[in-house]
Write a protein that binds this ligand. Structure first.
Ligand code: GCO
Length: 450
């Protein structure tokens, strides 16, 4: 099952989840450095202080990427590592780390895709109100300029913000992610508007500052709704369910991506949130909808709906003992057909899967290897669905497996292993899992090996 020519095969990780060196070489604090110290915030009181020690082991890690045959690597930049106070003073040692990492990747013919914000928000800016502060979009734009000025001679692919739904809902509504707040809807909508403005300002800065042509995207997450049957009515119900603020609230992908690609909030959301909306200035949507080049999206699962006897959409019952991963997320490969299909229909932009993968109960076997057949089967099934979406006309342009290596899984600490590389968190030893060698063959054959 061939993928399009020039389809990009990669893997993804994120600064706070793998770098470690959380208090070294001049790095400033992030909200995750603060949050992990709160009693009960993270399983086993785990922190990202050391994580995978990638800050010091990046050369070894790039060699592992090369051995796996990755064409691209999606990394994120730790904002407070480069700007310890979040704005103003640059920590040259921090910027130098990314400079060296980019060079190492390019020397090994691995294309870097940089995510500018993957949740490790500068604590000093948090103390000034964080994403609630009306200056927050400008803070992000200034940070973006520092990074793009330094790296854009070598980096062409940029992702502004990772999963706004997660850090807004879990971090600012439910309080179970950093910064651990439980804010009201008016604040949450102000934050979401500021995040969208920050995205738009950053996209403009990237385009204007870059020393070469760029491709820009964002990486929202989604759990698309998909039909139990391929009837027109069932598909339409799934399409409506995928893009429904009424059903999904601030998790709804179109609450975020309609402003970016269509220059307006979705009607159902405007009605529901009417009393809580922030002030929206005339020029806001021009800023937010600064043109970008691809629809990046993180998809792990979807939800299946069928039509009842009255033609109403209802959840399709999960089979008893349905397949699920170690994180108890159901295995739903159809999500990688229907999600990209619906996004491409709605926004007309090439689709890049910026994250997909699974947590697995991985351990080192007696033969010293890490056998992870579930991850191979999972990825095989999801990629087959993505290929089908491509065959049916969706412009699919890339796939980044989450994750390159086992890492700090936020409030779960080190309990969940998503990596294609096993990490011993006591010794730092890396072991390439079977799934990585399987993925190598998929990459070499551009998907034919599926
Ligand atoms: C996310 C984040 C990743 C997670 C991964 C598994 O999508 O939540 O981008 O940092 O680790 O998705 O939950």
């Amino acid at each position: 099952m061939k993928f399009p020519e020039n389809f990009v095969w990669g893997a993804a990780a994120a600064s706070y989840q793998i770098e470690g060196a959380a208090h070294e070489d001049g790095k400033g604090l992030s909200v995750w450095d603060m949050f992990t110290r709160q009693e009960g915030a993270v399983q086993n009181r785990d922190t990202g202080d050391i994580a995978c020690n990638h800050y010091y082991r990046y050369k070894e890690d790039v060699q592992l990427m090369k051995e796996i045959g990755l064409q691209a690597y999606r990394l994120s930049i730790s904002w407070p590592r480069v700007l310890p106070e979040g704005a103003g003073r640059v920590n040259e040692k921090g910027l130098d780390f990314y400079d060296r990492l980019i060079d190492e990747l390019l020397e090994n013919k691995i294309e870097p895709y940089i995510t500018l914000f993957h949740w490790d928000y500068p604590y000093e800016l948090y103390k000034k109100g964080g994403w609630l502060n009306p200056d927050s979009p400008e803070w992000f734009a200034e940070y973006t300029e520092v990074i793009v000025s330094k790296l854009s001679d070598r980096v062409k692919n940029w992702i502004t913000i990772n999963e706004p739904q997660v850090f807004v809902n879990l971090g600012h509504k439910d309080g179970v992610h950093a910064p651990g707040l439980k804010l009201g809807l008016d604040d949450l909508l102000q934050i979401s508007h500021n995040v969208l403005l920050a995205h738009g300002k950053a996209a403009k800065v990237i385009r204007e500052t870059s020393k070469q042509d760029v491709r820009i995207g964002m990486a929202p997450c989604d759990s698309p709704v998909f039909p139990a049957k391929n009837s027109i009515e069932n598909i339409q119900a799934a399409r409506e369910g995928t893009f429904s603020v009424e059903q999904k609230g601030l998790w709804a992908i179109n609450w975020w991506m309609d402003p970016v690609f269509l220059g307006k909030y979705p009607e159902d959301g405007l009605k529901i949130y009417e009393k809580y909306l922030p002030e929206i200035k005339d020029e806001d949507f021009k800023i937010i909808s600064e043109p970008i080049d691809f629809f990046g999206v993180n998809i792990y699962q979807g939800s299946c709906i069928k039509l009842d006897e009255k033609g109403q959409a209802v959840p399709a019952r999960k089979k008893t003992g349905y397949p699920r991963n170690a994180y108890y997320w159901p295995i739903t490969p159809e999500a990688l057909y229907w999600g990209p299909s619906f996004y491409y229909e709605r926004y007309g932009k090439p689709v890049i899967i910026t994250e997909n993968g699974m947590s697995n109960v991985d351990w080192v076997s007696l033969d010293g290897k890490v056998h992870d057949p579930q991850r191979i089967d999972f990825t095989n099934r999801y990629l087959k669905e993505l290929q089908k979406a491509g065959a049916d006309g969706v412009d699919i342009q890339g796939y980044f497996h989450w994750s390159l290596m086992d890492n700090f899984e936020w409030a779960q600490g080190y309990l969940e292993r998503f990596g294609m590389i096993y990490v011993d968190f006591e010794t730092g030893e890396r072991i390439i899992k079977d799934s990585a060698y399987w993925y190598k063959k998929v990459i070499e054959t551009n998907g034919e090996a599926l």
